[in-house]
Design a protein around this ligand. Sequence first.
Ligand code: GLU
Length: 442
Amino acid sequence: MTTKVRFAPSPTGRLHVGNVRTALTNVLYARQTGGTVLLRIDDTDLERSTKAYEDGIRADLEWLGLNWDESFNQSGRFDKYKAAANKLKSLGLLYPAYETEDELDRKRKIQRAQGKPPVYDRAALDLTDAQKAAYEAEGRKPHWRFKLSGKPVSWTDLVRGDTTIDTASLSDPILIREDGSYLYTLPSVVDDIEAGITTIIRGEDHVTNSGAQIEIFEALGGEAPAFGHKALLVGADGGKLSKRLGTLAISDLREEGLEPMAILSLLAKIGTSDPIEPVTNLQALIDSFSFDKFSRAPARFDPAELHRLNAGVLHALDYVDVKPRLAAMGADDGEAFWHAVRPNLEKLSDAVDWHQLIAGPVDPVIEDAAYARQAAESLPDGKLTTRSWGEWTTTLKAETGRKGKDLFLPLRLALTGQRHGPDMSELLPLIGRERVLRRLQG
Ligand code: GLU
């Protein structure tokens, strides 16, 4: 059986690292098993969903290199959900209930006071036709609940192993609201059946849902797919990330100058037994993916780690991979330039500053003018190469008796105006004889 997975974001906000971890897990599993990826836009909430968020989600996924094979929006499929609801009604599995939010609240309070779990008491199942008619006459509209079996539902979860949800401990879930709108539960099952989804990979916050949804799959005549529920993402300190997720939007990370592969390197490996290291292509993540490596403990997301990985990814990129982006920043100065500055980058845009060291303008810092003059006189003849720096400093050492920092730092300060930076042997030929001599004059 070929696998088919789906990533199903709701376009009610921007894509954040939590969503992307789910998308990535789906993509890695699908690509490793030769399966397909469906991008389903869960926009049944017509008020909160926007086209702008949807476009943003697609753009972010594309930027990350997480491709999908098919895509559709739930908002175009209400007739399907209606047909499924009718089927459940005819099976006696979807029933109208008329309690208001306040009434339900009161029931729960009483249950709690009696030490009982706040599970819906199914009073609506006992309503006579006359009572229902009376409610309707009052102007009440029903919401519709799915009648759970009251039995345990078990599955072998790809992450959690043997998992059981006792539906007796759950309230019958509301599938349709008073205003006729659908909650996420039913449309998702209808679509998963029709799309032939073989594997649902999502966060642990959906485990209880899965218990109810498995019964809906079966009621609608489908076979429930396999499930994998990943442990949740938490902050570096183990605290909840949910409140901070808004600040961890992918579009912000992109603005900040983070590389897609740095983000993916981290999100693919946190919460697994694999080491977290910079990986420059998706294929390597696909090859090393395995559900067996996923831990059941929450995955810690540390932005500092993202920055470390970003540097690591950049340091491993070849010139051809970055040439167009360097050019767009006005910092493309050939392969030798890339090799010289690459080890000093935390973000690609740092290359712009390093490029300025070469092209100028630079404010030379000269503390000892005599030494600078001597250095100018001793500069090796001819075209400067990567060997010139070694020759030059060896000569200067012999001539002046200087060594270590006293020998090197004044030269770096004169040529770049800075105390730190890329390797001088690589910079020297890039700066070139003429500019070197000019800068040594101050
Ligand atoms: N739209 C749902 C969500 O974002 C999808 C959950 C699922 O993967 O089934 O929570």
